[in-house]
Design a binder for this molecule. Structure first.
Ligand SMILES: Nc1ncnc2c1ncn2[C@@H]1O[C@H](COP(=O)(O)OP(=O)(O)OP(=O)(O)O)[C@@H](O)[C@H]1O
Ligand SMILES: [Mg+2]
Length: 316
């Protein structure tokens, strides 16, 4: 199978404007996400996952700044400091938010919302309601939900409705930002499997941002590990999960609690740096148990094994 790029970024940086200037929270990200695959982004809170996801979906706030190059499905959306998501945002790429209520209008039924999105993108259509029913079927919601208001749905049903809404424009790329973190363990698995099935059936590219590392082994084809605004490790999910190379990834995986074990939880010493004061060189250096003098220079993300990249001087 020939892999085609769905998303390509070169030195993509993203910052937010504060009173004292621009705070760059995502720095020089180079990624390629292949079509029809699931690409997971993991990493500690505040490392920039949502910022990167919002840039892919064209949903950054007006006071955000971008720099570098970003291409979605062959369309250049970021070049230098110019952005242009016309015809891409909400059509080629859509987003599933963490909180489904933020995607659903409380004053309209699920059917009305689906029809509105379909008609917005494809014009008024007699068969829009039929399409809405098909979408509900696809996400395994009972058809009567078409007449329900969001408050009449359970948390899991709301998340499925939000997925249906994201699928309504028939996008090529979906960015799902922690779509399962508000759900219980059982529903997390159900919703993640549903997303994976839909991704395969509709040949979508799925970017899945999550804190739930266990879930990545079930649904991801590729994993990117972010730390303090940069990608420190990336590769085929089985390689990253079974043979993590970066000291941060190794410690992150060790910190996952295991069912049935009462051992003391392993933690990563220290805390992630603030974007206002990133350390010189490798950003993980102050917390790294195996750092050495070379780490005062910034490492690059390089392929050290087939389909497995790492940004660490130990492998340079
Ligand atoms: N809308 C915003 N305006 C200003 N700063 C922001 C905004 N959103 C995020 N930030 C800052 O950008 C940095 C990265 O935040 P981001 O939300 O991307 O992290 P995250 O990895 O998604 O975290 P979490 O896992 O907690 O969701 C943080 O320092 C945060 O304070
Ligand atoms: Mg986030």
């Amino acid at each position: 199978m020939v892999l085609e790029a769905s998303i390509k970024s070169t030195d993509l940086s993203i910052g937010y404007e504060y009173d004292y200037g621009i705070l760059w929270v995502v720095n020089s990200v180079n990624i390629v996400v292949w079509r029809n695959t699931t690409y997971c982004i993991i990493g500690e809170s505040g490392c920039g996952k949502s910022t990167l996801g919002n840039a892919l979906a064209g949903l950054l706030p007006t006071y955000a700044y971008t720099n570098g190059y970003l291409e979605i499905e062959g369309r250049t959306v970021v070049r230098g400091d110019e952005t242009n998501y016309n015809g891409v945002r909400g059509r080629i790429v859509t987003r599933i938010p963490q909180d489904p209520s933020s995607a659903l209008n409380p004053y309209a039924t699920i059917g009305e919302q689906l029809v509105k999105v379909i008609e917005h993108h494809y014009g008024v259509r007699e068969n829009a309601l039929e399409k809405a029913r098909e979408l509900l079927k696809l996400v395994k919601l009972p058809l009567e939900v078409i007449d329900y208001y969001p408050h009449e749905l359970s948390g899991g049903m709301k998340q499925r409705a939000a997925i249906a809404l994201a699928l309504a424009p028939m996008p090529k790329v979906i960015v799902a930002d922690e779509p399962t973190s508000n759900l219980d363990a059982y529903l997390r698995g159900v919703v993640a499997s549903l997303l994976k099935r839909v991704q395969r059936e509709l040949n979508l590219t799925l970017v899945f941002i999550t804190h739930d590392i266990a879930l990545t082994s079930v649904i991801c084809d590729y994993i990117a590990v972010m730390y303090a605004g940069t990608i420190v490790e990336e590769g085929v999910s089985s390689k990253v999960l079974h043979n993590p190379l970066h000291p941060y990834t190794q410690l992150l995986f060790k910190a996952i609690p295991k069912l049935g074990y009462r051992e003391t939880l392993s933690t990563i010493p220290g805390s992630p740096p603030s974007p206002t004061s990133y350390p010189e060189g490798c950003r993980f250096r102050p917390r790294c148990p195996v750092g050495f003098s070379e780490c005062y220079k910034a490492p690059k993300l390089i392929e050290v094994k087939p389909q497995h990249k790492v940004s660490c001087w130990r492998y340079a």
